[in-house]
Write a protein that binds this ligand. Structure first.
Ligand SMILES: [Zn+2]
Length: 134
């Protein structure tokens, strides 16, 4: 299983469960990570406060694994921008999310992100628009 190091015994609800990690944003800048219990939703203030099950046993999560995990996370995050989403539409006046019927920015992140089909992989509507405006 890929989610090594995610297993916890929650200190809030006592469940043998997992943590959910979500990036925290201030504007478009990632300022941190929220770590919460998937069972009760309790948010842990700090990584050091998370009651990982792994802490009790031999350390299987090395520093090398950790940086690899971060890389994967960041590239995934980059791919989740609205501009790469199938619901994203753009015209000269507004960028919209077709799913939520709201105005969005190309760099927005969305929980309902749905990647565009491979066919339009190189078809970046925003880039096209910017080119047109030159
Ligand atoms: Zn809990």
């Amino acid at each position: 299983m890929a989610k090594q190091g995610m297993a916890i015994i929650c200190s809030a609800c006592g469940a043998d469960t997992f943590v959910r990690r979500e990036p925290i944003y201030e504007g478009f800048r990632k300022t941190g990570e929220s770590i919460s219990c998937v069972s009760c939703g309790h948010t842990f203030a700090d990584e050091a406060d998370v009651p990982f099950k792994d802490n009790a046993g031999p350390k299987i999560f090395t520093d090398a694994d950790r940086s690899k995990a971060v890389d994967i996370f960041e590239s995934d995050e980059k791919g989740r921008n609205c501009r790469h989403c199938r619901h994203y539409t753009v015209n000269p006046f507004v960028q919209r999310c077709g799913l939520h019927q709201t105005e969005v920015q190309a760099t927005d992140l969305c929980g309902d992100f749905d990647p565009k089909g491979e066919d339009d992989g190189d078809d970046d509507p925003l880039a096209k628009l910017l080119k047109k405006g030159e």
